[in-house]
Design a binder for this molecule. Structure first.
Ligand code: BGC
Length: 502
């Protein structure tokens, strides 16, 4: 479906009492047949816009409710703004693929095909990205997973913020501990390394870290090939383990999702961090360091967490976002991730309530760091069921002050607005990719703690993606352990492709 036939007319919209103007002649998306033929009425465009708005805050003290809504209005995005985000995203995708300046890495992962049910072998998999590091042993027979042993290792703050060499030595120690426990210390084995950070990949088995994200900031890693470093640390321990593939968690999610359902063509993580990848036509990808004549499609890791790092999304940023960014481990980096990632949603909640407290609209400011994304989910859960007692208990602890029912409802409203915005922004990305791929139907494999635990996020995403890409059928599928299983499957795919090469 071309963008032109999805135009909707310009319209003034009121979002919580604030006028937003939907710019004329934009490349838009209608919802439903009435606006999809390019002659939609102002009424239907208005109806389309209305669907992006969160419900109003209802308090007995109406002036207070109005002031709060006004104070939070910078967090409320209208359809026109989301459409603009989608246009910028599309432009940044094109530039990234062409290796022109862009905030999107659009990394070639060199994964040239998805599972076909013939995957075989025993593989080790490493999953690094959160506070837990996992080592897995996976056995595939005719594409089926017949064995999976897993061990979790805790990564201390000291290691996450120390030297890269210490971190990688620790990873290799964990592998050694694991293979010893499995009685495989002297076996030759292939390993898939799921490294959930942005990389410049040179091949399916090598790549350099571009920047740390989330809660990692190890020194001495500039320009270091993480697969080669891991390989060296493994060899130093006498292990006969070969790092066969280096991949991102989104790639693992896509590959594991496609293993279950061949219609899966997009992988998304909505957890501590956020990112997406998809199958792109190989000819559209500029960056190739190897022969690829027979490759038709390739998985591209978008790294949408960094979307806007070049300032192209300045129009989205609220004062609360700036506060979260200022407090972050890596300020001015991974702008978009700070709007949607689980690591930041609790901090945004904190920042917004602190702002309201400053204006005497909330009883006391929560201490910085006292609220996390689990609180956001809890507030949303209670809001869904019309309850407020756990919300007020949590707020009393976080603020150190008594909290009334209305105060709890205010905090639930803030959680609602932040959840809505996060769902809308991630939906813009998915909708843009769906439109770009232009398939009759595509399934999206989604993993991550926010997607799994937030009570409303999935239904919000279903709604907003449908509004933003009305002519593209899709299904969101909860994915299980892309970082583990996807890693083994990718290693098996790499072995299959290598065996076919002349
Ligand atoms: C990283 C991505 C990763 C995402 C989800 C981001 O911070 O840059 O590579 O896919 O988190 O784990």
């Amino acid at each position: 479906m071309s963008a032109a036939v999805e135009n909707i007319p310009s319209v003034e919209v009121l979002a919580n009492g604030h006028a937003y103007h939907n710019g004329a002649n934009g490349v838009g998306n209608g919802v439903g047949g009435d606006v999809s033929n390019g002659v939609g009425s102002v009424g239907s465009a208005r109806a389309w816009e209305q669907q992006f708005l969160p419900p109003p805050l209802v308090l007995e003290d109406r002036p207070r409710a109005l002031k709060i809504e006004s104070r939070l209005s910078s967090l409320v995005l209208c359809g026109a703004t989301l459409r603009r985000v989608g246009e910028v995203f599309q432009r940044e995708i094109e530039s990234g693929l062409r290796e022109r300046p862009s905030s999107l890495q659009m990394e070639n992962t060199y994964v040239p095909e998805l599972p076909d049910g013939t995957e075989e072998g025993v593989f080790l998999a490493l999953d690094l990205g959160g506070t837990n590091f996992r080592v897995l042993l996976l056995e595939l027979r005719a594409g089926q997973l017949v064995r999976e042993d897993v061990k979790h290792y805790h990564i201390s703050d000291e290691l996450r913020l120390g030297s890269g060499a210490d971190l990688f030595n620790f990873l290799a120690d964990c592998v050694q501990d694991f293979v010893r426990a499995e009685g495989l210390e002297h076996e030759e084995m292939s390993l898939g390394f799921t490294f959930s950070f942005p990389m410049k990949q040179h091949s399916i088995s090598s790549g350099e870290l571009i920047t740390w994200t989330k809660s990692f900031k190890c020194s001495g890693m500039a320009g270091v090939d993480v697969a080669a470093l891991l390989q060296r640390c493994l060899r130093e321990r006498g292990l006969r383990v070969t790092v066969q593939v280096l991949l991102n968690d989104t790639t693992g999610t896509l590959v594991a999702g496609a293993h279950k359902d061949p219609e899966v063509a997009i992988g998304v993580i909505l957890g501590t961090g956020s990112n997406g990848c998809y199958m792109e036509r190989a000819e559209r990808v500029q960056h190739w360091e190897a022969r690829h004549a027979r490759v038709r499609d390739v998985v591209v890791d978008i790294e949408w967490g960094a979307f806007g790092d070049n300032g192209c999304l300045a129009f989205l940023r609220s004062a609360f976002d700036s506060e979260v960014d200022d407090h972050s481990l890596l300020p001015a980096s991974f702008t978009f991730e700070k709007y949607i990632g689980g690591k930041y949603l609790g901090e945004l909640l904190c920042a917004a309530l602190r702002g309201l407290a400053r204006d005497a609209l909330f009883p006391a400011p929560p201490a910085w760091g006292a609220l996390d994304s689990a609180h956001l989910s809890l507030f949303e859960q209670e809001n869904l069921s019309g309850a407020w007692s756990q919300t007020s208990d949590a707020l009393r602890t976080a603020c150190g002050a008594p909290v009334s029912r209305d105060d709890a409802l205010v905090a639930q409203h803030v959680a609602r607005i932040l959840s809505n915005r996060a769902a809308q922004l991630v939906s813009v990305c998915i909708a843009t990719i769906l439109r770009r791929m232009g398939r009759a139907h595509a399934a999206v494999a989604v993993d991550g703690s926010v997607f799994k635990k937030h009570p409303r996020i999935r239904s919000l995403m279903d709604k907003y993606i449908a509004l933003l890409a009305p002519h593209h059928r899709f299904t969101l599928q909860g994915a299980e352990d892309g970082s583990g299983k996807g890693s083994a499957l990718t290693a098996a795919i790499a072995a299959r492709v290598a065996a076919r090469s002349p």
